[in-house]
Design a protein around this ligand. Structure first.
Ligand code: DOR
Length: 434
C-alpha cells in the first residue's frame, strides 16, 4: 500500500473544536503524521489547498435493502453511494428481507461489504424477530456476528413490556438502540403530517403525537433501565423538548435527516410521493425547533435515513406510494445548506455531528478523530464550489429524491477508507489508485 500525503489542507479536529492548516501523511492505512510542511516524494500526493480535511463521516441510518430487495439497492450500489457521499462508515437498518434478526444475515452483510471494500458497513440488528415487535432477537449472538446497534426501524416496538425487557437485556451486550418512534394507533396508517395541507389534499394525517408519545415512553424506560437510547430521524418540536428534559438524566440522544430540515408538509402538493417519508415532513414550526435543538447541542448527530425505492414503488398514487427518500450522495451538501448557510452551525460543529458524535455513540475509538496512530478514514470536502443535484447521476439505485436541480455547496471530493482512496473528485475509484 503506497503512502498518501495530503498537502495544504485545512484540517478539521472536531473533537478539539479546532481548525489548522497542516498536512497529513498516511502509511499502511494509518495516520502516520500530522504537521506543517511534511515532505514525501514517494507518496501519492493530494493537493488539498482550499479544501477541508477531517475524520471520515459516519452515517447512522441507511437502508441498503440486501438481502431481499436488491432492485431498490444492494450492498454494492449502497456502498458506492456512501463513499460518493463522503461516508467512510454506515450503519444499515435491519428491515431487509429476511431482516437482520439472525447472526447469519449480519455476518453476510459484514462479509459482503468487506469483499466490496468501499465504505465500512455495520449491520444494525433487529430488536424483535422479523421486526414484528413480538419476540426478542438474540442480542448476544447478533453482537457476536458484528451488529453495532439495535432497531426495528421502519416500525417501533409497540408493546411497552417488550421494549422494557429489550432495554434490560441489551445492557448485557452494551448495544445502543436506534429507535424509529411511532405509535401505530395514533399514526393510524396515515400518509403525511396531520396538518392543514393534509386536510386540503384529503390525505390521512400522521399526528406529531404518534412520535412524541413513544419518545416519552422510551425516555422513561431508558431512565429506569439505564439503556443507551438514540432516537433517529426526529421530526417534532415536542420531541426536542423531551430530549432537553431527559438529557443528563437518562442516556438519550438523537439525530435528524436533511429532508426534515429543508422541506415541510407544504412541499407535498408540488413534490408528490417524492416527499412521502416516515416520519412525515412536518410543519415549519417543527423544522425550526429541530434546528434550534441542533444549535443548542441537544440533537448531536446528523444522519440520512437514505431509503431507496424503485420507480414503481413511488408511483403517482400518493396513498399507495412507499415511504422514503434517497439522499446518501447529497446528505453533506444538504446539511451545509440547512445548517451552515443558515448560521446554525460552523464547519467544526457540523463535522462533529457527522463523525465524532456517531463514533462515540457506537463506541468506535479508531474513528471520528484526526490523530496520529488512528485508522486513516478521512473525508475531504470542497466548501465553496457549487453544483446542481442531478439525480440521474446517482450511483444509488434509488432515484426517489425530491432535491433534483437544487444548487448546493460543500461536496465531499475525496473519501479515504483505511488508507485507500475510494472516491476522488466526485468519482469512484475502481481498483488501487496508488
Ligand atoms: O421513510 C422511511 N422509509 N422511513 C422509515 O422509517 C423506513 C424507510 C424505508 O425502509 O423505506
Amino acid at each position: 500500500m503506497r503512502r498518501i500525503l495530503i498537502k495544504k489542507g485545512t484540517l478539521v479536529f472536531p473533537d478539539r473544536g479546532t481548525l489548522a492548516d497542516q498536512d497529513i501523511l498516511i502509511e499502511e492505512g494509518i495516520i502516520a503524521k500530522i504537521g506543517k510542511g511534511l515532505q514525501d516524494p514517494q507518496a501519492y500526493s493530494i493537493n488539498a489547498s482550499s479544501l477541508l480535511v477531517g475524520p471520515g463521516f459516519i452515517n447512522l441510518h441507511v437502508h441498503f435493502r440486501e438481502p431481499g430487495e436488491e432492485k431498490k439497492e444492494d450492498l454494492l450500489s449502497g456502498s458506492r453511494a456512501a463513499v460518493k457521499g463522503g461516508f467512510t462508515s454506515v450503519v444499515c437498518m435491519p428491515n431487509t428481507n429476511p431482516p437482520i434478526d439472525h447472526p447469519v444475515i449480519a455476518q453476510f452483510i459484514a462479509y459482503r461489504s468487506n469483499e466490496i471494500g468501499l465504505s465500512r458497513v455495520f449491520p444494525c440488528g433487529a430488536i424483535t424477530l422479523g421486526c414484528a415487535g413480538k419476540t426478542m432477537s438474540d442480542f448476544g449472538l447478533l453482537k457476536q456476528a458484528g451488529v453495532v446497534a439495535l432497531s426495528d426501524d421502519g416500525r417501533a416496538v409497540q408493546s411497552p413490556r417488550t421494549m422494557y425487557l429489550a432495554m434490560q437485556y441489551a445492557q448485557y451486550f452494551h448495544l445502543p438502540f436506534l429507535l424509529h418512534e411511532e405509535e401505530e394507533g395514533i399514526a393510524a396508517q396515515g400518509h403525511m403530517h396531520a396538518g392543514e395541507t393534509a386536510f386540503l389534499l384529503g390525505y390521512k394525517g400522521i399526528p406529531e403525537a404518534a412520535e412524541d408519545v413513544m419518545i416519552a415512553r422510551d425516555m422513561v424506560l431508558a431512565l429506569y433501565t439505564g439503556a443507551q437510547v438514540h432516537f433517529t430521524h426526529l421530526s417534532t418540536a415536542l420531541s426536542v423538548e423531551l430530549l432537553r428534559l431527559f438529557r443528563g438524566r437518562a442516556s438519550v440522544s438523537a439525530d435528524v435527516t436533511p429532508h426534515h430540515l429543508l422541506l415541510s408538509d407544504e412541499d407535498v402538493p408540488q413534490l408528490g410521493s417524492l416527499a412521502k417519508v416516515k416520519p412525515p415532513l412536518r410543519g415549519k414550526r417543527d423544522r425550526e425547533a429541530l434546528k434550534e435543538g441542533i444549535k443548542e447541542g441537544i440533537i448531536t448527530i446528523l444522519a440520512s435515513d437514505h431509503a431507496p425505492h424503485a420507480e414503481e414503488d413511488k408511483g403517482e398514487n400518493f396513498a399507495e406510494a412507499a415511504f422514503g427518500i434517497s439522499n446518501l450522495e447529497i446528505t453533506v451538501p444538504l446539511y451545509v445548506k440547512a445548517l451552515i448557510e443558515e448560521g446554525v452551525l460552523g464547519w467544526v460543529e457540523l463535522w462533529r455531528c457527522l463523525s465524532t458524535n456517531p463514533a462515540r455513540l457506537l463506541g468506535f475509538s479508531e474513528q471520528g478523530v484526526l490523530e496520529e496512530g488512528k485508522i486513516a478514514d478521512i473525508t475531504i470536502v470542497d466548501p465553496d464550489t457549487e453544483w446542481e443535484v442531478n439525480v440521474g447521476r446517482f450511483v444509488s439505485k434509488g432515484k426517489n429524491c425530491p432535491f433534483e436541480g437544487w444548487s448546493l455547496k460543500g461536496w465531499p471530493v475525496y473519501t479515504i477508507v483505511g488508507g485507500k482512496i475510494v472516491m476522488r473528485e466526485g468519482s469512484l475509484v475502481d481498483g488501487e489508485l496508488c
